[in-house]
Design a binder for this molecule. Structure first.
Ligand SMILES: NC(=O)C1=CN([C@@H]2O[C@H](COP(=O)(O)OP(=O)(O)OC[C@H]3O[C@@H](n4cnc5c(N)ncnc54)[C@H](OP(=O)(O)O)[C@@H]3O)[C@@H](O)[C@H]2O)C=CC1
Ligand SMILES: CC(=O)N[C@@H](CCC(=O)OP(=O)(O)O)C(=O)O
Length: 340
């Protein structure tokens, strides 16, 4: 790439926006030219996040509207805000990576039930490419609008993909997954405040969560079948990280081979020898996967870990940007975790 890609981050002071700033600050092919924030407009990034004071980012002002022209926007915004902003940006010729759920589900009629609003731009739902690179890499190349997946669907679909690719037959699966609190965003609800969250573990949205139709939609696209997902999200008092267990009722027992074969060329998805832990992925773009077959119950069990703000959001968004723009796919996202 001869000239740096000019990037604007909308929602730059939320958790996914801040993680993008961290990753892109050292990305060789990118220059962040605008950082949009309503609340902190008029301040500089290093006023809020002093560790950026040695970076060129310290000079980038936070503003209510972009201050300079740009090529690509990351939308780290609430779903409804992204929904309305995306068509305007596309009309202006920008490329868009939307971290919200506004363009993830191909069936627009599901939005009122699962998101609580009518989808006002259904014409874009088939134009948007679902940004899970290990599954949809070829469609992401050259895409103008990428819908970055939800954190739970990222880890669950990577845990399931080898079965779908092989055409293994089953009617329903269970996804049982645990998230760190940052999954809820920076402005959070009462239950996630420190006095209630500290020393606490809870399930939430157990009967209806917007990631259930997202998973089912992608599964249907891959298998052409209506496979049902029983999903239970839980939250634990950790800042970030996500651990998922997927249960697949099947007679297919060669599952480690299936996983090695599917992911052997992948840099960011690794099949591991022991059940993974979140401390091995925090701050990285990695998904570590441990599949095994439980003979007693005829069930394939897949335990996987990601960082909800990494592979579950911002570093996956950068992976998508790299692919869209024809940059080396791992540029800027090869960092290792802080351990312990
Ligand atoms: N946190 C996570 O792990 C993941 C989040 N996502 C999705 O990414 C998007 C961003 O998430 P996250 O960074 O966690 O969220 P945050 O709540 O941390 O940040 C969202 C930012 O959006 C800005 N904003 C602009 N318009 C509005 C508005 N009308 N109402 C509220 N905020 C607004 C706010 O900044 P300001 O007020 O300064 O404008 C705010 O800082 C969401 O759609 C989320 O669902 C996806 C995967 C994982
Ligand atoms: C702990 C927690 O609250 N997590 C969020 C998931 C965040 C995410 O990936 O999702 P979206 O982009 O689809 O909002 C939740 O369950 O709503």
């Amino acid at each position: 790439m001869e000239q740096a890609l000019r990037v604007c981050i909308y929602g730059a002071t939320g958790y996914t926006g801040i993680e993008l700033l961290r990753i892109l600050a050292h990305h060789h092919y990118v220059r962040i030219v605008s950082a949009v924030s309503r609340t902190y407009a008029g301040k500089h990034i290093s006023d809020l996040l002093p560790y950026f004071s040695n970076s060129y980012l310290s000079k980038v002002p936070l503003s209510e509207e972009p201050q300079e022209d740009f090529d690509l926007a990351f939308l780290c915004l609430p779903h409804e805000t992204s929904l309305e902003l995306t068509p305007t940006l596309l009309e202006k010729g920008k490329s868009v990576i939307d971290l919200s759920g506004a363009y993830r589900i191909s069936r627009g009629e599901l939005y009122p039930e699962f998101y609580g609003f009518e989808h006002t731009h259904k014409e874009l739902l088939n134009f948007a490419v679902y940004g899970l690179p290990e599954i949809f890499r070829n469609s992401i190349k050259g895409a103008r609008l990428v819908a970055n997946p939800g954190c739970y669907p990222t880890v669950a679909l990577l845990s399931l993909y080898p079965f779908l690719r092989e055409g293994v037959d089953f009617d329903s699966i269970i996804v049982d997954a645990i998230s760190g609190v940052s999954g809820a965003g920076r402005k959070t609800t009462q239950h996630f405040h420190y006095p209630e969250m500290e020393q606490n573990i809870m399930a939430y949205s157990v009967q209806k969560h917007r990631h259930t139709p997202e998973m089912e939609d992608v599964i249907k696209r891959l298998s052409r079948r209506d496979i049902k997902v029983r999903f239970t999200p839980k939250v634990v008092p950790a800042s970030r990280g996500m651990l998922s267990t997927v249960y697949i009722p099947t007679q297919e027992k060669r599952i480690r081979d299936l996983f090695y074969e599917t992911y052997k060329e992948e840099k960011f998805v690794k099949v591991v020898q022991e059940p993974p832990m979140t401390k091995h992925v925090i701050g990285t773009n990695m998904c570590l996967i441990y599949p095994y077959y439980d003979e007693r119950t005829d069930t394939a069990v897949v335990i996987s870990a990601i960082d909800n703000l990494g592979k579950g959001a911002s570093s996956q968004a950068v992976q998508n940007m790299n692919i869209m723009m024809g940059i080396d796919e791992s540029a800027g996202i090869e960092n290792l975790p802080l351990f312990p």
